[in-house]
Design a protein around this ligand. Sequence first.
Ligand code: AHR
Length: 507
Amino acid sequence: MTHLKLYDEKRFDVYPELFGSFLEHMGTVIYTGVYEPGHPTATKEGFRGDVLELVKALGVKTLRYPGGNYTSSYHWEDTVGPKSDRPRCMNIAWQSIETNQFGLHEFFQWAKEAGVTNPILTVNLGTRGIDDALHELEYVNGRYDTKWANLRRRNGRDTPFEVKYWCLGNELDGPWQVARKTPEEYGRLANETSKAMKMLDPSIQTILVGSSTPNIATYPSWDFKVLMEAYDNVDFIAMHNYIDREQSQNLDKQITRASDELPTYLARSREFDKQIEEVEAIADAVKALKHSDKTMNISFDEWNVHHFSGKEPRPWEEHNPVDWCYFDLADTLLFGSMALAILRHGDRVHLSCQALLVNTIPLILTDEDGAAWANPTYYVLQSLLHNITDTTDVVESVLPDGDVYNTNLYADVPIIDQVTIDTGSAYVVYAVNRGLATQNLEVEFPVKVIGGKQETITGNIDDMNTREHPKTLPLHKVDDFSVNVGEMKQAAILPGYSWNVLTFSYE
Ligand code: AHR
């Protein structure tokens, strides 16, 4: 039995658009993912209707676009104007041919239809600089009778798109990046770009490139150095992290793991907690050194579990597939714990983007001219998105006597990983059972409970949703769950290896 005690007085607001996703011009994310004019479900704009339905049901409001590594050499102006005039370009980040048939206007139209209200755009600070960032911002947000705003009008859009969040480039610390920079070069460029962009449109907020991974040698000194250059003129420092099992997944072969690999893998969300706390500490050190009153927030704008591609790459073809993959229950539980690490730090992490939405380490998978279905990670994110609104708080809690386990890498890993939120009408306990055995959870609420439900994702640890069996791992309601009406103490049974959403409503 694990006892969970909630401290009602210790709570913080969750930013309502905290959990977002990401669309990049890479692989089959855009072409045959969200855009496929010949598809049987295609809308008049050529958007895949089956994918739009899945995205609407997901409930995602925040979406980063159009990259990623792609943005370090892309030219935004190639993506606007009559489709027949748009150039075919080399997407050198991902070795494919970019037709530019899906561009800025198509993105905003698609976002509207998908229910996305909070886009995040990335400007090219790899091969380009301040001038182009200003032109793009004026095109997107400009409201006056000026050159780039007028070009937008001529291209069919009178009113500004009103994009609030702007990434100042992407992963410019990485050796793989087109036009990698030193932290001093990048920090200074980002500072001046952000300053100029805010002179053009003071309503925007900007996101500084942090380390692309905690596993790069320059982490976290990159973060310190770029913040020293740009602290006063930016609003967020970016974090990225993908956790891989260090083996590619071949669907035709049995997945093999060393004896302790699974418990270790399921505990690796600890790397997220650690990384967030380290970046907070670095940002707070810069704040102190600069005698600043401003607290830097975090945009965890790329995160996920990761596997290498389940498809053969086709370099220099249109929509060359990269990273297309299935996630199994083990991946899903780690994904759930990663999301809980972000939620637990929601007082500083105000934006996050699961990467990516479709076809590349995705929530949603598609076959060209065929079906669309969801990885089980889709249902984890959906269950968070559906409960986080502008009245949601995270309630701090303790597991005073919860069971723990040890692995070669980690000590004292709680078997039950949990975060509880208060939506204003219900407490929702999100809980991962990292163990094979069923766990009993007893929760002590500060109010009397009047109703509730338990929803769970569980199964065999290697189960996955495939095109043939797309509902192997759904989020399903537990039929024999009931609450003690009028009581503050409640109990739930968490199946072995499970993601759980326990909703307890109160008056
Ligand atoms: O998988 C997405 C890619 O991963 C992004 O383009 C890049 O920022 C990261 O390295």
